[in-house]
Design a binder for this molecule. Structure first.
Ligand code: NAD
Length: 470
């Protein structure tokens, strides 16, 4: 690598779940590069500059504290950061457009466009502009149009795609030791040179053989494809969980037997109430939308099934709860264990708990919700926007958020496990049984509890993908 490829100043537009951790790890691993993370939200930047970071990720605070104000800066001064940087990450949100019929909805690229326009208006020297956000295939073309339309003399732009594969809850570990880094760019001398420059940054701590370069469109599509494959595995095993419940097969045994095939592998084969989170559904909807636009309806329908199966699983689980409780939950107290979309996060975006709670509330249940990390206001806001009813007071009357699981279960007819928090495995279920209405039911939507032990206590237990005796 020639010395001239080295860069010393990077700016990242967007200080969210991706931009913040990515730049913090980069600053930690590249002490000679000055990283400036900018955001239009003054509140978010203030939090990044404080002792209470805006997001929780194991190990993140320590890294930020170590590098902040040395070679890691958080700022709202977007123009200065753009002007000074040689390389700019665009790491803004790309949410699903909130109109359409629910099948194949486009990603809203307005924030990406805003970022591109800011770069075009501000840049006075050449820049490598890197799509870090998850975008539709050929989004780089739109960014290039905006940049070139405003291009000043002596300023050149190279656009790269460098999607992020971190998972919430393990972001720092994923960034320090990724399976791969993907860099897509134009296959021209200039494009290849830009790829080499970004690759040089990652090579400061990542072995070169894990850095993969492709053309721009392959890279953009690979991110959507990776999330689609991961979600597809969950929907596949969940579809089989319904067959197991109807036949006496056990989905855990099936998953183990299937996963031991080295061609298949065992990861992401855990049956559950369904997947959630901000990315899987959004990215598959986007993939479906792209396929429909390309006049590939069969391909669109194929991927749409992954989402439909996830909806089916959430609804199927909720209906089973109602059926078991003598076909009515009206005025019954039901304890909900866990509201986050997965353990070790307070994130509730697209969490299956919303669907389960919505269905139970529509049937007249009274819910007592306990989650160790999710704030009560977040739960009320999620359930209110799930439009259980037009009356905003309804949710407040039918739902209580408890800060202790033992309070949540008092006089409850049933417990529903929606999130796989470790602490649910070590609760005193004898004590819990004693304080519940009888018969007492547990619906384990995450398959984390000891079902035999619970049955011995006297609980009626239902879980995903296994017919239990009582
Ligand atoms: P986020 O909502 O947490 O953060 C985005 C930030 O961008 C916000 O703070 C917002 O204020 C800021 N922003 C928007 N427009 C701006 C502008 N014009 N100028 C300055 N700041 C602006 O989003 P996120 O979770 O970090 O996701 C970012 C992208 O990365 C998305 O495309 C997402 O799909 C993708 N992604 C997310 C994850 C994840 O686990 N969250 C993982 C991989 C990829």
């Amino acid at each position: 690598m020639s010395e001239e490829l080295k860069i010393t100043k990077i700016c990242c537009i967007g200080a969210g779940y991706v931009g913040g951790p990515t730049c913090s790890v980069m600053a930690y691993k590249c002490p000679n590069i000055r990283m400036t993370v900018v955001d239009k939200s003054a509140e978010r930047i203030e939090a990044w500059n404080s002792d209470k970071l805006p997001i929780y990720e194991p190990g993140l605070f320590e890294i930020v504290k170590e590098r902040r104000n040395k070679n890691l800066f958080f700022s709202t001064d977007i123009p200065t950061a753009i002007r000074e940087a040689e390389l700019i990450f665009i790491s803004v949100n790309t949410p699903t457009k909130n109109f359409g019929n629910g099948r194949g909805r486009a990603a809203d690229l307005k924030y990406v466009e805003d970022a591109a326009r800011m770069i075009a208006e501000t840049a006075q020297s050449s820049k490598i502009v890197v799509e870090k956000s998850t975008v539709p295939v050929r989004a780089a073309e739109s960014i290039m149009h905006i940049l070139r339309a405003n291009q000043k003399a002596d300023v050149r732009y190279d656009i790269l795609s460098n999607p992020e594969f971190l998972a919430e809850g393990t972001a720092v570990a994923d960034l320090i030791n990724p399976d791969r880094v993907l860099i897509g760019g134009e296959q021209t001398d200039d494009g290849l040179r830009a790829i080499e420059t970004l690759s040089w940054v990652y090579e400061r701590w990542i072995p070169k053989e894990r850095i993969l370069s492709t053309n721009t469109w392959s890279s953009e599509l690979s991110k959507l494809a990776a999330n689609a494959f991961l979600a597809q595995r969950i929907s596949s095993i969940n579809s089989l969980s319904a067959v197991c419940e109807a036949t006496g097969a056990d989905v855990s045994e099936v998953a183990k037997a299937v996963g031991l095939d080295s061609r298949i592998g065992s990861k992401f084969l855990q049956a559950s109430v369904g997947f959630g989170g901000s990315c899987f559904q959004k990215d598959i909807l986007n993939l479906v939308y792209i396929c429909e636009g390309l006049n590939l309806p069969e391909v669109a329908a194929y991927w749409q099934q992954v989402i439909d199966m996830n909806e089916y699983q959430k609804t199927r689980f909720s209906q089973k709860i109602i059926e078991c409780l003598f076909n009515t939950v009206s005025d019954k107290r039901i304890a909900i264990f866990g509201f986050a979309f997965k353990k070790n996060t307070g994130d509730t975006r697209e969490t299956p708990a919303i669907t389960v709670c919505k269905i139970l509330l529509e049937e007249g249940a009274k819910l007592e919700i306990y989650d160790p990390k999710v704030e009560a206001e977040q739960i009320f806001s999620d359930l209110t926007s799930a439009s259980v009813t037009e009356n905003p007071e309804f949710v407040r009357q039918a739902v209580k958020v408890q800060s202790d699981p033992y309070t949540a279960v008092e006089r409850a007819h049933a417990i529903v496990v929606c999130t796989e928090w470790d602490e649910f495995q070590s609760l005193d279920y004898n004590k819990i049984y004693g304080s519940m209405m009888k018969p007492a039911y547990i619906f384990d939507g995450r398959k984390i509890l000891d079902h035999d032990a619970l049955q011995k206590i006297g609980f009626h237990v239902q879980t995903i993908g296994k017919k239990l005796n009582r």
